[in-house]
Design a protein around this ligand. Sequence first.
Ligand code: ADP
Ligand code: MG
Length: 261
Amino acid sequence: MSEPLLEIKDLCVEFGSLKNPVRVLDHVNLHLAPGEILGIVGESGCGKSMTSLAVLRLIPSPPGRITKGTISLEGKNLLDLSEEQMQDVRGNDIAMIFQEPMTALNPVFTIGQQIIETIIRHERISAKQARLKAIDLIASVYMPEPERRLDQYPHELSGGMRQRAMIAMALACHPKVLIADEPTTALDVTVQAQIFDLLSELREKFNTAIILITHNMGAVAELADRVMVMYAGRKIEEGTVDRVLLEPLHPYTQGLLDCVL
Ligand code: ADP
Ligand code: MG
């Protein structure tokens, strides 16, 4: 097998005091190839978001800390990088979208200002060219009237449109890995389906590898290549979607499937 794009080995994260630590991630292992979609499922509080925050080195510290393990992007351990180098990784290689786009979009700047600034940070092109690119990008996430969107503020958009704007922002930096942490939880069912379609299209178009954290088993079945099940900070099962969904090895996975099927 070729070297994975992203590989987490034995990751442990603890919260609380040094004397009385609470382990929220316990020897988590994960790997992701270019263009692959990995689903992560498990009940609330099992460590899904903590895993994604650890990859971006965004665990609030204190009170949290990574106590063990490695997180390698193309063979380089992100835990060895300086904060400045890490900012580069966040801006260029790994993007994250999450449940509430309002927290990622800056409320005082228009969608256009935010996307154009991101494009200019990544490509040495003029503001005029960046504007045209931003319109293309907004159109590519199926926001109607893309040109008009440039002048809108985040609060003027519906939840679904905000989520699309956040995906457009994430795409502006051509990430190798996109972490989508419950990207559709706040959206109604039709819009959810559109966002999932969009993620699948991203993989087709740009070979973006995606970590898809969701409670939507249907979406996992449709989109993901592999799925990993977490429970109480641990990975308890992992395999191809067919294997895990049709023949779960762990009773907890069976329980999880019984709840939704
Ligand atoms: P998930 O995304 O799977 O719902 P999280 O990764 O957000 O779960 O949380 C994993 C665990 O970490 C939970 O048990 C949660 O209570 C704990 N946790 C999260 N943030 C903090 C914090 N600031 N202090 C202490 N524990 C925390
Ligand atoms: Mg979460």
